[in-house]
Ligand binder design. Sequence first.
Ligand SMILES: *Cc1c(COP(=O)(O)O)cnc(C)c1O
Ligand SMILES: [Zn+2]
Length: 436
Amino acid sequence: MADEGEQQLTGELTISAEIWLVCERCGGRIRPTGSPGRCLCGGLYHVEFPRPAVLSTALFEQRLGSWQPLDRSGVWRYRELLPPLPIDRIITRPEGNTNLYHHPRLAEWTGCPDLLLKHEGENPTGSFKDRGMTVAISHARALDARAVACASTGNTAASVAAYAALAGLPSIVFLPSGKIATGKLSQAIAYGARIVQIAGEFDAAMQLVQEASSALGLYLLNSVNPFRLEGQKAIVFELLHQLGWEPPDWIILPGGNLGNTAAFGAAVMQLRAWGLLDRLPRLGVIQAAGAAPFYAAFRSGFRDFRPVMAETVATAIRIGNPVSYERARRAIEFTDGVVEAVTDDEILEAKAQVDRCGIGCEPASAAAVAGVRKLVARGIIRPGERVVAVLTGHVLKDPDAILQYHLSEEQRPLANRPVTIEPTLVALRGALEHAL
Ligand SMILES: *Cc1c(COP(=O)(O)O)cnc(C)c1O
Ligand SMILES: [Zn+2]
């Protein structure tokens, strides 16, 4: 694997001398003056920077009332916990500020009375990807990058396209042809990304974008880019802030490429090391049964890891060879976490439940809720424990999955089929017989 850390990006003077990229495999250190790819040894980098001398959660609390753009962002509000990028290069919508929901019907359906849903679908482009994008694109701007690129299962593409447009940078997204949910593809087109469809799987698109990044000097916004994970840590910062820095017993999230799992683990480790958290929440990662290599590895006590051919209705987690496997494994080990798998039927059923409560989410997000139900049934989540499940994406991301469930030939419990009638009151009475 070629080192993509050496490109002709010219803005390195704007990057603080305190920020380093440290290889997680060989321990090698480089300055983040190029598009961050892999280390020469094949390992991934994480971002390292020092703890500020003055740090307390009161700082974040004060910012809640401020109208400064950085204070209003649910990412940059926590900037002391993030790499110190040059303030004047930051691109923010602002992102985050997502709600925590409790709904009695979901509490009952999952068997978890103290279930809270953190709705990351409320981010600017409708998924948590925006939290990482604001940090990575701000790094790209600090380097005076000419253009940005990514391979994506959809939501990354939508986020890259929007943030590049905000920054006034050209963007190129590589998509596996025919495998992208309609809402996500439409967003990437609308925001003006150059879209290249690859005849092949996501993993092939990923391979090509890495080669293209070196050959063409594009700043790469894939999840190998550790600045994205830095931003995604803020999901944990913000939810702890919302809970008065009293950690829940569990944080449950869906896992695909496992970048978010890695980011959650990194957030918890950092808060612990920097003295802001004394009790650790346990992480629960939920995979789709048709794309569950992390689950299989967990079951083997992490002795064995094998990539799989991925297939699931939840396209955002349809990944057979997760990039962040090693760091996600550390996150599970550090937090005494668990990994579970749920079938497509369980995912669609959980999604119908979340949607029917008026909250709504895309299929991959519903995997987290299906996972809570399963972990309760298996006695792993115990009665009385507080659980935060992360809804990763918005209900409108994948309209086809909604129709697939509700218009299915099979009798789905919550199916809601539209009816067509003659425009008469008699016909209407007939149609509404069971509805009122
Ligand atoms: C990206 C994404 C995921 C998976 O996150 P990873 O970091 O790849 O594990 C889950 N849900 C949604 C909606 C996503 O966009
Ligand atoms: Zn290395």
